[in-house]
Design a protein around this ligand. Sequence first.
Ligand code: NAD
Length: 265
Amino acid sequence: MRIGIVGGSGRMGQMLIREVLGNKAATLSGATERPGSAAIGRDLGTLIGADPVGVAITDDPAALFANSDAVIDFTAPAATVSHAALAAQHGTALIVGTTGLSPDDHAKLKDAAAKAPLVVAANFSLGVTLLAGLVRKVAATLGDDWDIEIVEMHHRHKVDAPSGTALALGQAAASGRGVNLADVKDAVRDGHTGARTAGDIGFATLRGGDVVGDHTVIFATEAERLELSHKAGSRAIFARGAVRAALWAAGKAPGIYSMDDVLGL
Ligand code: NAD
């Protein structure tokens, strides 16, 4: 199974190269970076501090898609949309970890999914995939008199907020309650906000240091509070999940799949 990595010199890109090189079921078909990146031409092994593997990073995604059974993309929204078009053109499976995608970006991924299998997840860890299922169940069980708040913390370099995972957990809670997240989302509180609106799902965003990703979903009512938490200790968990998704997706029928599908949940 030939797996390619776009954005290979990024924080996640390097983790993904390491995971693919260490996986016996996979062959690393190559990696790309954005045009002009200082990483172009560097050997993928030395890039991650390992022995050279004789494959250099390029700025030619079309060649990578043509030579891969699956490509893993943890880059940026505009890049991911153009990679999805290449996946459709070549029928290559695409694993999308990029967050901060707009509704328009998601529509373009859906178009590409008419021609290629795409696995899209805001969080590729097993723990968070299970957490989302638990949140859906708890939200469906508890009545509307339980307020739902989601708190997340990430490293100081993160550019989107709330995190894609926090939003996915909000979606899980909203679907458990049978409501649309867009109708009940309260992500910004500042100044004289007035009392909390019943039924809202609140978000709080913390940024600092090198935190890989902490998420807590709080269900609070009079005299009682239930908290479900996940803490990521290393980016390796996302890379491992994404490689598992790539091995699962290659050769599948075109369509959009989730980590629930990959894990058979
Ligand atoms: P990063 O900035 O370290 O890496 C992104 C890389 O993509 C950079 O090296 C950049 O040069 C490259 N890139 C940008 N445009 C490109 C293009 N057109 N072609 C090739 N490469 C291109 O960021 P990161 O911390 O690795 O995170 C990347 C994305 O993954 C973010 O959206 C982040 O939120 C998301 N993420 C998702 C999960 C998950 O499980 N779904 C986990 C961690 C991070």
